[in-house]
Design a protein around this ligand. Structure first.
Ligand code: ADP
Length: 343
């Protein structure tokens, strides 16, 4: 069984082809900096065209789709209706869902007969309780407009949860974890008996931790103030919060490697802020979970930076909890989900 997975990020594209008998990667492509100034590849379409395989020879094509709204909480076979619904969710994930759709459309063009399956980043958080996913806004904002916490990075949180179960030799449904996906985008998840019961990202992937260039939690009044008093437009505020804030906003750099090595005061401050925010989430999740079997670090920073992990764990409440470092593999998880539903 040959399953290919297309994982389109806002400015990157990962493609992996798996032999599912052995889970071996037969072919992989990584295109980064799509659409950035000085980048040769301007669109996801061009990036997809650079994949040098015959799509029609594949058994299944799996797609990461970032936002599944309240509609999609399971891997879903793509048809015209599904495509339309993923399109309708674009306002909730304007950086991601268009790129995900592009992948689906290109794959359909080259392999109209190969089944395509969408796997949603939001799906793992679908069973969060209402008190976790509702914002304290007028109720009709949820009922009419579906404004609620959805949560993201679900494929990654789910993948490392299953690995942690193997390592700890426990059944997933008896496992309580705090998983920390720390990459350019970053999120924390509280997992109780194998189910996500809370997570730091919300209505969009902007909420929560201090990220590479995203602010994470801020007082929402700041958004009003920036428009009313500083005269910033909606688009300017959007760009400021998503692309110019976080570590980048504080110290002008979003690469944690160079930030750690820098002597600059602001680099030190940016790190302190990022670490403090992670600790705040861990603390609140310890309270929610009661018993925590392990804190799991994953993502580029979580997997590679012992410095960040040590700093996060350097706290009397947190240091007593077992910790694990697990390399995430979103593409393999998506391929496995595809295999589960196609047999
Ligand atoms: P993305 O969310 O774009 O997939 P990644 O999970 O690849 O991001 O993580 C990117 C982040 O990981 C960058 O901030 C990078 O600096 C950081 N990183 C990678 N290797 C290391 C390392 N050895 N030490 C510290 N940070 C690292």
């Amino acid at each position: 069984m040959k399953i290919a997975v297309i994982n389109s990020g806002s400015s990157s594209l990962k493609f992996k082809l798996f032999d599912m008998k052995t889970e071996e990667v037969l072919y992989s492509v990584l295109v980064e900096h799509i659409g950035e100034i000085n980048s040769k590849i301007k669109t996801h379409h061009e990036a997809l065209e650079s994949i040098d395989i015959d799509f029609s020879t594949l058994d299944v094509i799996g797609h990461r789709v970032v936002h599944g709204g309240e509609e999609f909480y399971q891997p879903t076979v793509v048809n015209d209706k599904v495509i339309e619904k993923i399109g309708a969710l674009i306002p909730l994930a304007p950086l991601h869902n268009p790129a995900n759709l592009e992948g689906i459309l290109v794959a359909q063009k080259y392999a109209p007969k190969v089944p395509q399956i969408a796997v949603f980043d939001t799906a793992f958080h679908f069973h969060m309780p209402k008190e976790a996913y509702l914002y304290a806004l007028p109720f009709e904002m949820y009922e009419k407009h579906k404004i609620r916490r959805y949560g993201f990075h679900g494929t990654s949180h789910s993948f490392v949860m299953k690995k942690a179960a193997e390592i700890l030799q426990k059944n997933v449904d008896e496992l309580n974890l705090i998983t920390l996906h720390l990459g350019n985008g970053a999120s924390a998840c509280a997992i109780k008996n194998g189910v996500s019961i809370d997570t730091s990202m919300g209505f969009t992937p902007l909420e929560g931790l201090v990220m590479g260039s995203r602010s994470g939690d801020i007082d929402p009044s700041i958004v009003i103030y920036m428009q009313r008093e500083l005269g910033l437009s909606l688009d300017e505020v959007d760009k400021l919060l998503n692309r110019e804030s976080g570590l980048l906003g504080i110290c002008g750099d979003n690469d944690v490697r160079s930030i750690i090595e820098s002597d600059d005061e602001k680099a030190k401050l940016a790190l302190d802020m990022m670490i403090r925010r992670i600790q705040k989430y861990i603390g609140s999740y310890i309270v929610l979970l009661g018993r925590v079997d392990a804190i799991v670090f994953t993502g580029g920073i979580g997997e590679n930076s012992a410095y960040v992990r040590d700093r996060v764990l350097d706290n009397s409440l947190i240091s007593g909890v077992k910790n694990l470092v697990i390399k995430t593999d979103e593409e393999l998880e998506i391929a496995k989900e595809c295999l589960n539903i196609t047999g």
